[in-house]
Design a protein around this ligand. Structure first.
Ligand code: ATP
Ligand code: MG
Length: 423
């Protein structure tokens, strides 16, 4: 009996490890999911199903290329598999299958159930889902075939559309589908919420088993910097539209476009220039008390002239907002935001581009100094920076000049002088 079961499992193309694990099983639970990452909600539902339905084994099947999640970034299958394996290792009835990960193309539950059905004739299959997923089941490929292949075991899940669920249950029963509602408290945990927590540096421990939490930390999964997932530039723009005055917002857009143009002209990264342009005044226009409280929260030092003129730190605070609130990790972009008003010695090309764009963008009035920096900007980026710094120094002489501007000016004049001497 056991032997023939093993042979048919092999024929169905199941991985070897599954073959061994399923041999002899009579009642098989199946829990499909992306498991990105697996969490205690999955595990509690699976264990309830095992106990209530006296399952011999629960197969966890991480999806390869799930049809519903296309276009969204997905953690590589090998890592999702490993997390699922770690999470289930302590339960002798749990087993993780590679069947969907090893299959090419889009994954459909109906294909997986057919493979199991033919691999394990004479067994009963129970497909375990959360109520949210089940409420959608009539849209799955070959829904009516699904109900013949397996009974459905449904775990409650907060946030499920109850009315829709009720209707679906009635329809499935009318199609002779078998449904068992589990007696298990609804667990308000989702993979998305875990990803969000990990991305913000919040703990996921006790929401998923310890070894999974450790794995996520060790592999630095879900961190924004890993995927370079900052809020897209145009989304940031939408947010700033609500926080900046109409005039400043026009200026912001104009700096971004001008910075991108100059970047193209001087061979800096155009996308970074556009992003830095959008971000450069993110903290400008905040009332002083808000600016100072953000500065304290993000550890920006307030001393020297900045204590008298808090607006001088709007670049530094803006860069911290870019990092913490918009997930920007590129240090050159952050520096360009930080030093766009003051400048500093040893500025990168991007920093120069943003400083100049801020000075000359087309909505600035056609003052003499602006016209002059504009003229430099077409052929000589360093000349434009020096000209802009000269103006800043002159303009702020009896007000409060930020020492970085003077240092930046001297540095640029010195390097240009020594470059000339070298040639
Ligand atoms: P995401 O937030 O990325 O959608 P998820 O938490 O919903 O992830 P999936 O891998 O999409 O997890 O879900 C796989 C299966 O597990 C689905 O049937 C889903 O309904 C079920 N499930 C997920 N979380 C829970 C939970 N907290 N309680 C019961 N079932 C759950
Ligand atoms: Mg889901």
């Amino acid at each position: 009996m056991k032997k023939s079961n093993e042979e048919s499992i092999k024929k169905a193309g199941l991985p070897e490890t599954d073959t061994v694990r399923l041999a002899g099983a009579k009642r098989i639970g199946i829990m499909g999911g992306t498991f990105d990452p697996i969490h205690n909600g999955h595990l509690a539902a699976a264990e309830s199903a095992r106990a209530e339905l006296r399952l011999d084994v629960v197969l966890f099947i991480p999806a390869g290329n799930p049809v519903f999640k296309q276009g969204k970034p997905l953690t590589p299958g090998a890592l999702r598999f490993e997390m699922t394996r770690l999470a289930t290792a302590s339960n002798p009835a749990f087993h993780v299958s590679r069947i969907e990960l090893d299959r090419e193309g889009v994954t459909y539950t109906v294909d997986t159930l057919r493979a199991l059905r033919s691999a394990c004739p004479g067994t009963q299959l129970f497909f375990i889902t959360g109520a949210d997923a089940f409420a959608d089941v009539l849209r799955w490929r070959e829904a009516s075939a699904l109900f013949k292949l397996a009974a459905f075991v449904v775990a409650g899940r907060p946030g499920t559309d109850r009315k829709q669920l009720k209707e679906v249950i009635a329809k499935v029963r009318a199609m002779n589908g078998r449904i068992k509602m589990l007696d298990c408290p609804a667990v308000d945990i989702s993979s998305s919420s875990l990803r969000g927590r990990a991305a913000s540096g919040l703990p996921v421990r006790y929401l998923t088993p310890d070894n999974v939490a450790g794995f996520i930390e060790e592999h630095r999964l879900y961190l924004k910097e890993r995927r370079n997932e900052h809020v897209p530039a145009d989304e940031i723009l939408k947010i700033l539209r609500n926080t900046q005055s109409a005039k400043r917002f026009e200026h912001t857009k104009s700096v971004a476009v001008e910075a991108r143009r100059l970047a193209a002209l001087y061979g800096a990264d155009e996308e970074n220039a556009y992003l830095a342009g959008i971000l450069h005044d993110a903290a400008r226009g905040l009332p002083d008390d808000k600016l100072l409280s953000k500065a304290r929260r993000y550890g920006v030092e307030i001393n020297g002239v900045a204590a008298k003129r808090p607006s001088l730190i709007h670049g530094l605070v803006g860069a911290e907002m870019a990092r913490h609130e918009f997930g920007v990790r590129n240090q050159d972009v952050l520096n360009a935001v930080m030093y766009h008003t003051t400048g500093r010695p040893g500025m990168s090309k991007l920093e120069k581009v943003v400083l100049v764009a801020d000075y000359i963008e087309p909505t600035r009035p056609d003052r003499e100094d602006v016209i002059s920096v504009r003229a430099f900007a077409e052929t000589d980026l360093d000349g434009a920076v020096i000209r802009a710094l000269t103006e800043k120094i002159a303009f702020n002489r009896d007000n409060s000049l930020h020492p970085l501007s003077q240092q930046a000016y001297e540095y640029m004049v010195d390097t240009i002088k020594s470059e000339k001497e070298d040639t």
